[in-house]
Design a protein around this ligand. Structure first.
Ligand code: ZN
Ligand code: ZN
Length: 399
């Protein structure tokens, strides 16, 4: 029986899609029957390949939206889950960096700025779903909402199977910050907005809350996507950036993202590539005004805090998996009047600002080159293996 014969009506909309949507209303929710069905890649445990899961029926509650994924990227935290470094409730649909196009809407779905979402819009969305009403949401940390859900992190459950980016579609739930991206922004730049780019914006904002960035010296440890994006943003705000990373290719990349110099954290003390020698050549032997630690390595955390001048601020953003403890000299923190601040994920404001920044500046730095290989969704396991080699800052997935 066709959808029309079942008494449902095709959805109207400007989107050209191969998919047939039929819609009816059940208990206040839009019930979509989709042919061919959306599919998502379910991950179960370390060493077991992803399984393709078909989701022919989707229920959109008020405020929800269904988005067809155009392109996704593999984030470092996906790799941590697949390698077992980080636990996840299973089955899980991984992936939380993606760009897509709205294909269907629940009643009253809105953008992050409160304006109505429209079918056909090209969008990115926050990694988290927040209630907007609890004490944490009201205190400016919606990423720690009391009833938080995160794309690419939740156990698949009936009614929200399309909950991660490694899929043909994602069901955006009410409470997701959704932001339109321009048609001309390359997909390789748009997809990481949902995690790395917005996190980099949050880290730079945290730095700017402590230190005036115009003319400031800044250390960035870790030249992954967060570190490189933070270097570019801070350079555009007038900071002078030194990037530290053990990988020579990443150090070379950093020089194309605004860094005035790079250092090798594995170089022997006093050797020309050591941070000490690099800072001395730049006349920064007293230390730096700010450090953004984006690697998550314990020695890098210690280096970031230790490299600060009086009044400096260390923004820790990379430590999102278990790592060794870092010794802390409290007297040095006190006498240098140092600020240490943790940044985890970001708020809707940072996502909006990151989109605006990359709309304006994505051509100024080689962001699009950071996706070094692209695979089809069916080859997700091969894509993750390739990403795990560390040869690329990002690996892309096309549904
Ligand atoms: Zn991520
Ligand atoms: Zn909340």
């Amino acid at each position: 029986m066709t959808a029309a014969a079942a008494g449902t009506a095709p959805l109207a909309g400007p989107v050209e899609t191969r998919m047939v949507l039929a819609k009816k209303r059940v208990a206040g929710r839009a019930h979509l029957t989709l042919t061919p069905p959306p599919t998502a890649m379910a991950w179960m445990k370390v060493g077991v390949p992803h399984e393709r899961m078909a989701v022919p029926e989707v229920y959109l509650a008020p405020g929800d939206a269904l988005v067809e994924v155009e392109f996704a990227t593999v984030c470092g935290s996906d790799l941590h889950t697949v390698s077992g470094r980080r636990s996840a409730p299973v089955p899980v649909v991984l992936g939380h960096e993606q760009v897509g196009r709205v294909v269907a809407l629940g009643d009253g779905a809105v953008h992050a700025d409160g304006s109505p979402l429209r079918v056909g819009e090209r969008v990115v969305w926050s990694v988290m779903v927040s209630c907007g009403a609890c004490d944490r949401c009201l205190n400016g940390v919606p990423q720690k909402c009391r009833t938080l859900a995160k794309y690419g992190h939740e156990q698949v459950r009936h009614g929200w199977e399309l909950c991660g980016g490694f899929a043909t579609h994602v069901q955006l739930r009410a409470g997701t910050a959704t932001v339109v991206v321009g048609e001309s922004m390359p997909r390789e730049i748009a997809a990481p907005l949902s995690c790395a780019s917005a996190t980099a914006m949050a880290a730079v904002a945290a730095a700017a809350a402590s230190v005036r960035l115009d003319g400031a010296s800044m250390l960035v440890t870790g030249a992954g996507l967060v570190g490189l994006t933070a270097a570019a943003i801070a350079t555009d705000r007038g900071a002078r950036i030194v990037v530290s990373d053990p990988d020579p290719a990443r150090r070379a990349a950093a020089l194309r993202f605004g860094a005035v110099a790079t250092a090798d954290p594995l170089a022997a003390d006093g050797s020309p590539d050591s941070l000490q020698a690099v800072l001395s050549r730049l006349g920064l032997q007293d230390g730096l005004a700010v450090a953004i630690e984006a690697s998550g390595s314990s020695p890098a955390v210690a280096q970031a805090i230790g490299a600060l001048d009086v009044g400096g601020a260390a923004i820790l953003v990379g430590s999102v998996h278990p790592a060794g403890r870092v010794p802390l000299d409290p007297e040095s923190i006190v006498r240098r009047l140092v600020t240490i601040r943790g940044v985890h994920n970001y708020t809707p404001r940072h996502l909006i600002d990151a989109v605006a920044y990359l709309e304006r500046r994505h051509c100024a730095y080689p962001f699009a080159e950071l996706v070094g290989a692209t695979f089809g969704l069916a080859d997700l396991d091969a894509a993750i293996d390739e990403a795990a080699t560390g040869r690329h800052v990002r690996v892309g997935i096309t549904p």
